[in-house]
Design a protein around this ligand. Structure first.
Ligand code: TYC
Length: 105
C-alpha cells in the first residue's frame, strides 16, 4: 500500500473521486436564437469561429432556430470567452443581434 505522502496516493479521508489533481474547467458555448440574424450568417459564424464543417453548422443553426439555443462547442474559459467576443464583434459589425454565452460544462 502506498503511504499517503507518496505521489499518486490519496490521503486518509480522500477517495479516488476526490483526487487532488484538478482538471481544468470546461465551458459550453451556447448560441441564442433571434428573429433577425440571417441563417446563412449563423452558418458562417459556426464554420469560421467554431471551425465546424458546413453540415454540422447547418444542423446546429437549425437546432438553435427551433429550440431557442444550442451548444456550438466545449472549451477552456479563455477560448470560450474569445470565441464569444468574436461572435459579438462580427454580429455587431454586420448589425445583427446574434448572441452567444457560456456555462460550466
Ligand atoms: N431565427 C433566425 C432566422 O429565422 C436564424 C437564426 C438561427 C438566428 C440561429 C440566430 O443563433 C441563431 N433568420
Amino acid at each position: 500500500m502506498p503511504s499517503k505522502h507518496e505521489p499518486g496516493s490519496f490521503g486518509q479521508n480522500q477517495t479516488h473521486a476526490e483526487s487532488k489533481v484538478e482538471l481544468p474547467k470546461q465551458y459550453r458555448v451556447l448560441l441564442h436564437n433571434d428573429d433577425y440574424t440571417p441563417m446563412e450568417f449563423v452558418v458562417d459564424v459556426l464554420m469560421n469561429i467554431f471551425l465546424l464543417d458546413e453540415i454540422s453548422s447547418m444542423r446546429i443553426m437549425l437546432n438553435v432556430h427551433k429550440e431557442g439555443r444550442g451548444i456550438c462547442g466545449i472549451f477552456s474559459f479563455e477560448v470560450a470567452e474569445s470565441k464569444i467576443a468574436r461572435v459579438h464583434e462580427l454580429a455587431s459589425k454586420n448589425e445583427y443581434p446574434l448572441r452567444a454565452s457560456m456555462e460550466e460544462a
